[in-house]
Design a binder for this molecule. Structure first.
Ligand SMILES: *Cc1c(COP(=O)(O)O)cnc(C)c1O
Length: 409
C-alpha cells in the first residue's frame, strides 16, 4: 500500500549526489541512525588511522612524535580545517578541551574584556552546560546570569550585559537563531557574543566572520564524527586574539611552553586557548571526521538534510501519523533535526530503538530525530516513518520494558 513512498525514496537516493559517502562510514546493519547529532557514526578510515597513531607514532616514535609526527601542531592544524566550515579563518580556531571547558574559558575572557559589566545573557532552556558554566562563574563572583526568553532577548540587552551566549541551533527544538541579527543587537548594546555551534558545526552553513561574531565553541563528536568525547573547538575573532585572556592558564597556552618559565605569558595567537597537553588519540580521530565533512561540504550536507527531513514529514503525513512538531515547519528555520512532543516520547523512542530506529529522547516529552546527511538515505526516512507508524498503531510502546529509564537517555 505504501510502495509509492519506497519507490519515491529509491528515486531520490538514485539522484542523490552524496549517496556514495554512506560507504565511507560504518553504519551498523539493520540500524537507521537518526542520532548523528548526539554521536556521529564512525568513519571507515578512523580505525586504521588510530592504529597507525597508536602503533607507529606512540608505540615506535614515543616522545619524538611531538616533533616528528607534529603532534604539537595538531590542535591548530585541525582547528584550521574546521575554520572554513564555520566561516572563520584558520588562525581563529583551535581544537581543544571539551565544549563545556571552552565555554568557561571564553565566557571568562569576554567578562574581562567588558570591565564594569557582569551580566551574561542567555535564554532559559539553552543547553544545560551553557547555563551551568555561567553559574560557575557567578559563584566565583565574576558573572551575573540573566535569562530571557527568545522574543525578549533584544530588550534584555542593556548596559550591564557583557556577553550574549546563545546556541545557534537549539538542541531540543532545532530552532535556529538569526546569527547576524542577534550579533548586531548585542554589539549595539556594547556586549560581546559567544555562539555555541554544537548543533550547527558540520551540518549548517555558519558564517562567523560575516556575522561579526566574537567567540564560538562547538562539539567534535556530533556532526564532525570525531568519536565519543572527541576534542571540541573554540573560535576567537582575529580582532580579539590579543585582548582575550582565558583563565585556565595552563602551560600549553603559554607563549613559550618549553621555556619552562615561572610566570605565565599567553601565546600571541589562538593557541592561548590551550590549557594542558593535547589529547593526541582523540585529535587523530577527530581529524578524520573533519576531513570527511570538509570533503563533502557543508552546503551540500545542509541541502540534503533539509530534503531528508521534509521527506520524512511527507512519509509520516501519508501514513496518517500526526505528531506535535516542535521544530519550525520551515526547514530554513531549523537545524538538521525534527523534534516532536508526545507525553509518551520516552517509551516510543525505546520501542523504535528496539526496531533499530535510533533517535533520542529529551526530557520531559521530546522525541528527537537528527539527520546526519553524510550517511542517511531517503529509503531510511521511508522506513523510519513506517516503523514509527507501526509503533504508534500497535501500541507496542506500552510494554513495560520500554518504560524503564536507562542512565543515559
Ligand atoms: C552537545 C552539546 C554540548 C556538549 O558539551 P560537552 O562539554 O561536550 O559535554 C554543549 N553545548 C551544546 C549546545 C550541545 O548541544
Amino acid at each position: 500500500m505504501h510502495e509509492p513512498m519506497n519507490s519515491r525514496a529509491r528515486i531520490l537516493d538514485a539522484g542523490d549526489p552524496l549517496a556514495g559517502f554512506r560507504d565511507r562510514f560504518i553504519v551498523p546493519e539493520g540500524v537507521i541512525y537518526l542520532d548523528g547529532n548526539s554521536l556521529g557514526c564512525l568513519p571507515k578510515a578512523t580505525p586504521a588511522r588510530m592504529e597507525q597513531v597508536v602503533r607507529e607514532e606512540w608505540g615506535e616514535g614515543l616522545i619524538r612524535s611531538w616533533n616528528t609526527a607534529d603532534w604539537i601542531d595538531w590542535p591548530l592544524r585541525i582547528g584550521g580545517k574546521i575554520a572554513p566550515l564555520i566561516g572563520a579563518s584558520p588562525h581563529e580556531v583551535i581544537a581543544c578541551d571539551s565544549t563545556s571547558v571552552n565555554l568557561f574559558k571564553l565566557i571568562a575572557a569576554a567578562l574581562e574584556m567588558r570591565p564594569g559589566r557582569k551580566t551574561v545573557l542567555s535564554e532559559p532552556g539553552n543547553f544545560p552546560t551553557d547555563l551551568y558554566m555561567i553559574e560557575g562563574l557567578e559563584k566565583q563572583g565574576l558573572a551575573k546570569r540573566r535569562l530571557a526568553p527568545r522574543e525578549q532577548l533584544a530588550c534584555a540587552l542593556d548596559e550591564d550585559v557583557a556577553l550574549l551566549l546563545l546556541t545557534h541551533a537549539h538542541y531540543k527544538t532545532g530552532e535556529v537563531f538569526d546569527m547576524a541579527a542577534m550579533t548586531r543587537a548585542a554589539h549595539e548594546a556594547g556586549a560581546l557574543v559567544l555562539w555555541d555551534l554544537s548543533h550547527s558545526g558540520g551540518a549548517l552553513p555558519v558564517d562567523l566572520g560575516g556575522c561579526g561574531a566574537d567567540f564560538a565553541v562547538g562539539c567534535g563528536y556530533k556532526y564532525f564524527n570525531g568519536g565519543p568525547g572527541a576534542p571540541a573547538y573554540a573560535f576567537v575573532a582575529e580582532r580579539h586574539l590579543q585582548s582575550a585572556r582565558q583563565p585556565l592558564t595552563g602551560w600549553f597556552g603559554h607563549a613559550a611552553p618549553f621555556a619552562f618559565s615561572d610566570d605565565y605569558e599567553p601565546a600571541p595567537g589562538i593557541d592561548r586557548l590551550q590549557c594542558g597537553t593535547p589529547p593526541i588519540l582523540g585529535l587523530a580521530a577527530l581529524e578524520v571526521g573533519v576531513d570527511l565533512i570538509g570533503e563533502i561540504g557543508v552546503e551540500r550536507l545542509h541541502a540534503k538534510s533539509q530534503a531528508l527531513s521534509e521527506f520524512l514529514r511527507q512519509c509520516l503525513a501519508e501514513r496518517g501519523v500526526t505528531l506535535d512538531l516542535v521544530s519550525p515547519a520551515d526547514p530554513a528555520q531549523r537545524g538538521s533535526q525534527l523534534s516532536f512532543r508526545h507525553a509518551e516520547a520516552y517509551a516510543i523512542c525505546q520501542a523504535l530503538i528496539a526496531r533499530g530506529v535510533i533517535g533520542d529522547f529529551r526530557d520531559p516529552d521530546i522525541l528527537r530525530f537528527g539527520f546526519a546527511p553524510a550517511y542517511l538515505r531517503f529509503e531510511d526516512m521511508a522506513e523510519a516513518a513506517r516503523h514509527l507508524a507501526e509503533v504508534l498503531e500497535s501500541g507496542e510502546w506500552q510494554r513495560d520494558e520500554f518504560r524503564e529509564r536507562a542512565a543515559v537517555t
